[in-house]
Design a protein around this ligand. Structure first.
Ligand SMILES: Cc1cc2nc3c(=O)[nH]c(=O)nc-3n(C[C@H](O)[C@H](O)[C@H](O)COP(=O)(O)OP(=O)(O)OC[C@H]3O[C@@H](n4cnc5c(N)ncnc54)[C@H](O)[C@@H]3O)c2cc1C
Length: 378
């Protein structure tokens, strides 16, 4: 599809598509069925350099723009949304924050292993009582002679079970709300860090989502990312960048659902299917333009939060809408277990929730629109 004619990321898109066709797509149904991404697929991703995109070259990364990463995630998600989200979380909300806020020592300690895929990254913010309202988190940290001890629970954490490194957010005192939160780099396997539950999900099966308990997890002073009290700033900054990635994953699902619908609409040409296809095309085209615009703005160093929120909102809605219409067009085949149309609908349905729900994107948008009317015009 060439809606806007210009895709600055074409070379990297081609290699991502080739990898997706060769390595990811043949395994997508099985990943969904057994709810697990094979270890060798993660190793292949690391070997081929996809886990180092956009990380500093001095630490084993390779240059990549936001547009490049967006193209890779879209292509991966077209084959398997679970694989794409695993990569998006690893890079956008674990490795990139270290590259942005880490000291040279933290970068040299962690980024090379993340870039090679020897450690998979996770981001642990959400808690049983703190989802959209992130400032209300209750996982505590206490300073001691050896550094910091972390105690509490986290839930819905992607990549955590196999994580080699977790970016964990904790508060010195919950009554301080956003001012009390700090970010810590916690290696997987640290004593006291326990994966207490692995959730079975409707969609994105294969992308592991777990509950974590932290029971006296001791980390050294060097585990603190940025300064004490800057944790929420780190989290929200990481999530804003991550939103372009998640929007790209949603776009990949939307495109896959459209392609599936187009194939099925051909089987018996009916007027209502033509209308459904045309509507889906317009939703897909709008989502694509918005995702590309958000990536472009971020690459240009311009404020992009609003663009990222709009892109995530529209792309995740497009994915749900197109995948749902795709099930109608597929008819019986759309609801059969193991069928592509059904899997795409289940995957699509998670995107309006993950990394900031649609309602939260609308709140971000409304706040910006009222606080600075006229800026970042649509
Ligand atoms: C597959 C998956 C993977 C995830 N991975 C991670 C991860 O790696 N790390 C991590 O930290 N978290 C992760 N999350 C958590 C995710 O970010 C949260 O689920 C999300 O922020 C919403 O929080 P919640 O589920 O507690 O819902 P709640 O915040 O309780 O919200 C419930 C509903 O109320 C709405 N709502 C809440 N507040 C408002 C408001 N003020 N105005 C209007 N509507 C509102 C929400 O939009 C939502 O529809 C993941 C979630 C999923 C589903």
């Amino acid at each position: 599809m060439t809606d806007d004619g210009a895709d600055s990321a074409e070379p990297v898109r081609r290699s991502a598509r080739a990898f997706a066709d060769r390595v990811i797509r043949p395994r997508a149904t099985e990943i969904d069925r057994v709810d697990r991404i094979p270890d060798e697929l993660l190793r292949d991703l690391g070997r081929e350099g996809f886990l180092s995109l956009g990380l500093p070259e001095s630490f084993g990364g390779q240059p990549a723009s936001t547009a490049d990463l967006s193209a890779v995630l879209e292509e991966f998600s077209h084959a398997s949304a679970a694989v794409a989200v695993t990569v998006a979380v690893h890079l956008s909300v674990c490795a990139f924050p270290i590259a942005r806020w880490g000291t040279p020592a933290q970068q040299s300690t962690w980024i090379p292993a993340l870039a090679r895929g020897e450690r998979i990254g996770a981001f642990a913010l959400t808690e049983p009582g703190a989802g959209s309202d992130t400032a209300s988190l209750r996982t505590r940290y206490t300073a001691n002679a050896a550094g910091y001890a972390l105690d509490g629970s986290k839930t819905f954490i992607s990549n955590a079970a196999s994580a080699g490194l977790l970016l964990v957010f904790a508060t010195r005192d919950p009554s301080l709300r956003s001012k009390g939160i700090s970010a810590f780099l916690v290696p997987g396997g640290t004593p006291g860090l326990v994966v207490s539950q692995r959730f079975e999900k409707l969609g994105l099966r294969g992308s592991e989502t777990t509950e974590l308990h932290l029971d006296g997890v001791q980390v050294p002073p060097a585990a603190l990312l940025a300064s004490e009290g800057e944790g929420l700033h780190v989290a929200l900054g990481a999530l804003a960048g991550g939103r372009v990635g998640i929007a790209s994953c949603a776009l990949g699902v939307a495109q896959a659902a459209f392609d599936e619908m187009q194939r099925n609409a051909h089987v018996d040409d009916q007027e209502w299917k033509r209308v459904a296809l045309a509507r889906a095309y317009s939703e897909l085209a709008a989502a694509r333009l918005l995702v590309r615009a958000a990536a472009r703005r971020k690459d240009a160093g311009e404020p992009f939060d609003r663009d990222a929120s709009v892109a995530k909102l529209v792309a995740s809605r497009a994915a749900v809408s197109i995948a749902s219409a795709g099930v109608d067009v597929a008819g019986m085949a759309g609801v059969l277990e193991g069928g592509a149309a059904g899997r795409l609908l289940r995957d699509a349905r998670v995107f309006p929730i993950v990394e900031g729900t649609s309602e939260i994107q609308e709140r971000i948008l409304a706040r910006g629109l009222l606080e600075s009317p006229g800026s970042q015009s649509a």
